[in-house]
Design a protein. Sequence first.
Length: 260
Amino acid sequence: MKPGVYLTHKKDGSPLYRSSITFQGKHISLGSYPDEQAAHDAYTAAANVLRTPSYTLLRTAPPLPFFKYVSLVNFRDNGLYIKTPIYLYDRYFYYYMNPDEYYIFDVDDLFYYSTHSILKRGGHLFVSDYGMQVNILSRYGIHNYAVAGRDYVFLNGDSHDMRYENIRVINHFLGVCKKTKNYQDLYECRIHVNGDILVGRYPTETEAAIAFNKAADLLHKKGYRKQYPKHFIEHLSSTEYRKIYDRISISSAINNYPNC
């Protein structure tokens, strides 16, 4: 076998060539290939990356997959091998989706994203966590279906900069939107049935979120089976929550909505 290559077999008995390299005491798998030459080419490319500083994130090394190339460059430059396509800086890191697209994260998130691969679908970023697809915006307290510019903003205008100091959440709860009227802030609550229905306007975000819960409960009692998310208010005890729930008023449009 050529350097960096070893032969294994598939379940059906056909040959499969695996490639790997050892650098600074670390054994790194480079993947499986259909023939010996392709596996050796991957080994040669990896050796060139690890031993040649001129290979940067602006220069790739075929036939290595791009995500593996990023891992090798980061290992060479920073001494830490990470399986996901991360390149480390002092207080942050880049997570590369492809050669032309990356996202910036705080170093505090390094462990999480070194063990969770980011997927992109429909413009949204997800990770697979315990078998579920989780929107990464939930790590910032941003609810599903939140709209950038309305429910949260990127302070420097860069939607690829996911550092905590760059994200400000405006509306923490689904169905609740902050409004300003006569220079005074209020929180408008709406719930979707066959269209958006105004539940009410409230002086605090907490009251608006609880009003959403109350409206959802009433709709369920009326026979509507849509799975509305239940807003959990962390800073309230169960007694405090119940007092607000009991006294909060919701619009007649909800109270008089016909039974299903």
